[in-house]
Write a protein that binds this ligand. Structure first.
Ligand code: SF4
Length: 359
């Protein structure tokens, strides 16, 4: 499977020619020239707009690289606590290489290596791992670790917290586990309005990294009004990748009749992309594979926007675009770039050295 990053040179990874948004010339193989006229008659999709940035973020690329290195060092079977990233294709590709994904540390034989997923774990999970004498390889995204560190720092100073996040999401469980007796979770502005909290002199707010920027802002406004002494983090907890992908889909939704978000239903940031597009009045759907593209999407929407969640391999985006192009091979595919990304996280040096020693 091609796990190439969206940051890669597009022309080298995509099986069709891309144009900058606003380009006037469409790429058209001569053999398909007659199909273009036919497609216009049938009102098939006229143009595809591809959001940039989309797809893999630095944290996902990092987590995948860490598991790859751990496999080189320890071989199979290799245990990973929770899906390394929320994408079934990535998980399956690792399972085929001997990775076993587990939810409970108790499922892992004592003295084995274990990789913690990009979403992070609570101190309780670390303690259980230590009790089983597991060798911990941490693939937590550094931007999630940053929020854990904020929680630890505030807790050490006797703060209580409001955590804006999704109930049951593994990242929320991990971060709230840093101070379980001091944190209360809210999901929406309505929750924030209803929240009943005893007075705490020291009160701070933290957020999950993959939420809707707009909704968090609304929730935050309610909380600040109700708890004027609430302290907010110096820098936004919602990560750069979530912010950038939501900004890009916003532009996309303004220009398209339909937005297709490629990603898993378990992926928080992919779901938020669909919601952002919908909130702007655009029809939007979340799909994981080309089989899910409905015939009417190809037939009824002249301009189709495509984007993908931070855990979606670019090969899936390519297959979705290919599906639309089957209906109208002459439709131009244009890139709509809203911001350039250059964030990269390098795996720990010792992991790289150990993996090199094995090869
Ligand atoms: S979405 Fe953000 S926080 Fe999550 S793995 Fe990617 S960079 Fe890290």
């Amino acid at each position: 499977m091609d796990l190439s990053s969206a940051d890669a040179d597009e022309s080298k990874t995509l099986p069709f020619k891309l144009q900058d948004s606003g380009g006037s010339q469409s790429w058209l193989p001569p053999a398909f020239a007659c199909l273009v006229n036919l497609s216009r008659y049938n009102k098939l999709v006229d143009k595809l707009l591809l959001a940039a940035p989309r797809g893999f973020c630095a944290g996902v690329a990092y987590a995948i690289e860490v598991v790859d290195l751990a496999l080189k060092i320890h071989g199979a079977p290799l245990y990973v606590r929770h899906a390394i990233v929320h994408n079934e294709w990535v998980v399956k590709s690792f399972e085929e290489r001997g990775v076993i994904f587990v939810e409970n540390i108790e499922e892992i034989p004592p003295n084995s290596p274990v990789v913690f997923s990009a979403h992070g774990v609570s101190p309780e999970v670390r303690q259980k791992s230590a009790a089983r004498q597991l060798t911990i390889i941490d693939a937590t995204c550094p931007l999630v670790t940053k929020v854990h560190n904020e929680a630890k720092r505030f807790a050490a100073k006797d703060y209580h917290f409001i955590y804006i996040g999704h109930q049951g999401h593994v990242e929320a469980e991990g971060t709230m586990g840093e101070a379980p007796d001091r944190m209360v979770l809210v999901e929406t502005p309505v929750d924030a309005e209803r929240l009943k909290l005893p007075h705490h002199e020291k009160l701070a707010v933290l957020t999950q990294t993959t939420l809707s920027v707009d909704e968090v802002q609304s929730t935050m406004e309610v909380l600040k009004r109700r708890f004027p002494h609430l302290e907010t983090p110096a820098k936004e907890d919602i990560c750069y990748a979530t912010t950038n992908r939501q900004g890009a889909v916003r532009e996309l939704a303004n220009l398209c009749d339909l937005v297709v978000v490629v990603g898993s239903r378990t992926s928080s940031n992919s779901n938020r992309l669909r919601e952002v597009a919908e909130s702007l009045g655009c029809d939007a759907f979340l799909v994981l594979s080309p089989d899910e593209i409905r015939p009417e999407w190809v037939r009824d929407y002249p301009i189709v926007g495509v984007t993908s969640g931070a855990s979606t391999p670019e090969s899936l985006v390519e297959s979705i675009i290919g599906k639309f192009l089957e209906a109208n091979p002459g439709a131009p595919v244009e890139i709509l770039e809203t911001v350039k990304e250059d964030v990269k996280f390098l795996p720990p040096r010792n992991l790289i050295q150990l993996a090199m020693a094995q090869s």
